[in-house]
Design a protein around this ligand. Structure first.
Ligand code: NAG
Ligand code: NAG
Ligand code: NAG
Ligand code: NAG
Ligand code: NAG
Ligand code: NAG
Ligand code: NAG
Ligand code: NAG
Ligand code: NAG
Length: 384
C-alpha cells in the first residue's frame, strides 16, 4: 500500500490540477475529483476505472408517498405484463438508463415444480411510516416474490452495464419474509460465468450461499467446491452490506466489510452484467413457498466499482453523451487521483486516498500504482 501522506505531499509540490466534472453525478458517479478507485481485497489493492452509486433511501418527495405497499398480483395475473408501481420513478428515463425490470417466466418441470413468472408489480419503492419522513433509510427499493395457487410471482432487475470485467459490487440490503425464496445479487454472462450471493429464506439467518457457477456438473451432480455457505455470519434479516470482489484469479465475498469467503473455482472470465432477483420455483435450491406466502429483498443502495471490457457506454450511457465525454476526458489523463470507497464518511461518496505525480504529464493507467508514485518521487528528487 502506498501511504497517502507522502503522495499528498508530492501533489502539493507538483501543484496537481484536479479534473472537475459537474455532471458526473448524473452518471451516478459521486466523485468528480477521482480518476480511479482503489479497493482492498484481502489486504491487496485493486484499481478500477469507474464508480457508480444508486441510492434508494430518499426517493420520496412527500410524507406517506410510498407507505402503502403496492398490491401483489392475483392468480389470474400470470403473464408478467403489469406495470411497475410508481411509473414516475421506476419507469423514468433516469431509471431506465441504468436498470431493466424483467418480466420473463419459466414453466414448471419435475425438478422445479412451481411455474415462475417475473412481474414488474413486484418491484417497488417502499417508505417507512417514520415520524420524520426526511430521515435516512426512509425509502428503499423492494423486490418481492409471492406464492399464488398456480404459480410463483417473482422479481428481477438487471443493470444495463453489461460489460463489467472485474468489479467490486456492493448492496446494502436485508431479506425478510416466508421460507422457500432466494434473494440473488450476482454477476451474469451465462450459466458458466456467474458469481453469486444468494440468501435462501429456508436457511438460518446466519448462513449465506456464495457460489461461482456452474454448481452442478453435466450429470446433474452438485460440484462441492463451487458453493461456499459460511454460517455464524451477522444475520441477513437486518441491514448489511453484501459485497462481491470479482478479480482475475479469485472471487471474494464480504459481509459488512469482513471477508466471508473466497474461491478460485470457475472465476468468471467473460464480461458480465449485474442482476438482482427475488424468486422461487419449488426446486431443491429455492425450496417451496406455501401458497399465500411472500418474501422481500429490501435494498437501500447499490454501489459498483468496476472496469469494463471495451467502452464503458451502455444503452443509458449513450443518452448522456456530454457527461460521458467529461468522464472519458478525465479518465484519459490516467489515474492521478486515487480514491477509496471504503471507510468513507458517506457511503457512495469516494474520498481521495492518494494523488500520483501528475507533473510527469500524462500518467497512463499502470497495473502497479506504486510504480507511478516511485517514478514521481525520483522526478522530484532529480529536480531538487
Ligand atoms: C452538464 O450538462 C449540461 C446539460 O447537459 C451542460 O449544459 C453542461 O455544460 C455540462 N457541464 C459540464 C461541466 O460538463
Ligand atoms: C473535490 O475537491 C474539492 C477541492 O478539494 C472539494 O472542495 C470538493 O468538495 C471535492 N468534491 C467531492 C465530491 O469530493
Ligand atoms: C404504514 O401505515 C399504513 C397505515 O397503517 C399501513 O397500511 C402500511 O402498511 C404501513 N406501511 C409500512 C411500510 O409499514
Ligand atoms: C385480478 O386482478 C385484476 C386487476 O386488478 C382484476 O381485473 C381481476 O378481476 C382479478 N382477478 C381475480 C380472480 O381476482
Ligand atoms: C414503462 O412504460 C412503457 C410505456 O411507456 C410500458 O410499455 C412499459 O411496460 C413500462 N415498464 C414498466 C416496467 O412498468
Ligand atoms: C480464502 O479463504 C480461506 C478459507 O477461509 C482462508 O484461509 C484464506 O486466507 C483466504 N484467502 C485469501 C486470499 O483471502
Ligand atoms: C465462460 O464462458 C466461456 C465461453 O462460453 C466458457 O468456455 C467458460 O468455461 C466459462 N466459464 C469460465 C469460468 O471461464
Ligand atoms: C412443492 O410443492 C409442490 C406443490 O405445490 C409439489 O409438487 C412439489 O413437490 C414441492 N416441492 C418440494 C421441493 O417440496
Ligand atoms: C482496471 O483497469 C486498469 C486500466 O486498464 C488496470 O490498470 C487495472 O489493473 C484494472 N483492474 C482490475 C482489477 O482488473
Amino acid at each position: 500500500m502506498i501511504s497517502p501522506g507522502p503522495a499528498l505531499i508530492f501533489a502539493f509540490f507538483l501543484h496537481i490540477n484536479l479534473g472537475f466534472s459537474q455532471n458526473a453525478t448524473l452518471l451516478k458517479d459521486n466523485s468528480p475529483n477521482c480518476s480511479c478507485y482503489v479497493v482492498e481485497t484481502g489486504n491487496t489493492p485493486s484499481y478500477f476505472q469507474y464508480h457508480r452509486f444508486w441510492d434508494f433511501r430518499n426517493v420520496a418527495t412527500t410524507k406517506n408517498q410510498y407507505t402503502v405497499t403496492p398490491p401483489a398480483v392475483n392468480n389470474s395475473q400470470d403473464a408478467g405484463d403489469e406495470l411497475a408501481p410508481d411509473q414516475a420513478f421506476l419507469n423514468s428515463s433516469a431509471w431506465n438508463a441504468d436498470w431493466g425490470i424483467q418480466n420473463w417466466g419459466k414453466p414448471s418441470t419435475s425438478d422445479f415444480p412451481v411455474r415462475m413468472q417475473n412481474s414488474p408489480a413486484n418491484v417497488y419503492i417502499q417508505q417507512n411510516n417514520a415520524s420524520s419522513y426526511a430521515s435516512d433509510y426512509d425509502t428503499y427499493l423492494a423486490l418481492r416474490t409471492v406464492r399464488l395457487e398456480d404459480f410463483q410471482s417473482s422479481a428481477e432487475v438487471e443493470n444495463e452495464q453489461k460489460n463489467l470485467m472485474h468489479a467490486s459490487l456492493r448492496v446494502k440490503a436485508r431479506v425478510v419474509g416466508d421460507k422457500g425464496a432466494v434473494a440473488g445479487f450476482f454477476t451474469f454472462y451465462d450459466d458458466n460465468n456467474e458469481s453469486d450471493i444468494e440468501i435462501l429464506t429456508d436457511d438460518p439467518v446466519d448462513m449465506i450461499r456464495y457460489t461461482n457457477q456452474p454448481s452442478v456438473d453435466d450429470s446433474g451432480n452438485a460440484i462441492s467446491q463451487s458453493s461456499l455457505n459460511p454460517s455464524n455470519l451477522p444475520s441477513w434479516d437486518t441491514w448489511r452490506t453484501h459485497r462481491i470482489d470479482w478479480l482475475a484469479a479469485r472471487s471474494f465475498w464480504y459481509l459488512d466489510g469482513v471477508e466471508a469467503a473466497n474461491n478460485t473455482y470457475s472465476v468468471p472470465r467473460k464480461p458480465s452484467g449485474l442482476t438482482m432477483n427475488m424468486w422461487s420455483d419449488g426446486g431443491e435450491w429455492s425450496g417451496n413457498m406455501s401458497v399465500g406466502g411472500s418474501a422481500e429483498y429490501h435494498i437501500q443502495w447499490i454501489e459498483l466499482v468496476f472496469n469494463t471490457s471495451g467502452p464503458v457506454e451502455g444503452p443509458g450511457y449513450r443518452k448522456r453523451e456530454e457527461e460521458a465525454a467529461a468522464i472519458e476526458k478525465r479518465k484519459s489523463k490516467g489515474c492521478q487521483v486515487v480514491c477509496r470507497v471504503d471507510g468513507v464518511k458517506d457511503a457512495g461518496f469516494p474520498e481521495v486516498a492518494h494523488v500520483s505525480a501528475a507533473g510527469l504529464g500524462v500518467v497512463p493507467l499502470l497495473s502497479s500504482w506504486r510504480l507511478v508514485v516511485v517514478v514521481g518521487l525520483v522526478a522530484i528528487v532529480m529536480e531538487l
